[in-house]
Design a protein around this ligand. Sequence first.
Ligand code: ZN
Length: 213
Amino acid sequence: MSDPRNELAAAGARLAALGLSPGSSGNLSVRSGDRILITPTGADLAHVDPGGLSVLALDGTHLDGPRPSKEFPLHRAFYRRDAGTRAVVHLHSRQATAVSCLPPWSRRSAVPPLTPYFVMRVGQTPLLPYAPPGDADQAEELARLPFPLRAALLQNHGPVLAGTTMARAVDAAVELEEVSALLLALGERSPRLLTPGEAAGLAETYGSPWGDC
Ligand SMILES: [Zn+2]
């Protein structure tokens, strides 16, 4: 499954099968050399046509294929932040979107370190203030956040996650959805969180972005 088009289509089908693409929402992209392949506007993640992707230059210029998702600036923001980023996943998945409507846990992460796998697979996940879908200024803010990250929550909108492979971006999306479900299940209780030392130890071992939240 090394062809990026097929990889993207398979990831879309997996995310849809997991119920993370309600109402055919969400968009996916992969970087292939100096090109970004992204789902077109109105695409259904369950049925992505590998031959029908939109092709963009890294500067956002539309090169080929149908019109891209209007949320492409978010994807570009992650490719701009880190040359090692190979895939970006944006969803309107229920649990993470619910958490995006709550006050953030800290400046650097909307979600606290509840579980090791959240810290290892996702890392600190800042909340970006609300903007309409496709807003260029919000994407610019994401591109310029002055600390490392592979995930963010768009306020009242949903998660966006990046990975060095599509598989890692999808795994991060699944993990963020799970930790969001835990957070919502805990409600108003005061759960034990991983200590700063425990979170820092995991981040160091697994190379995940987790700083002084
Ligand atoms: Zn969206």
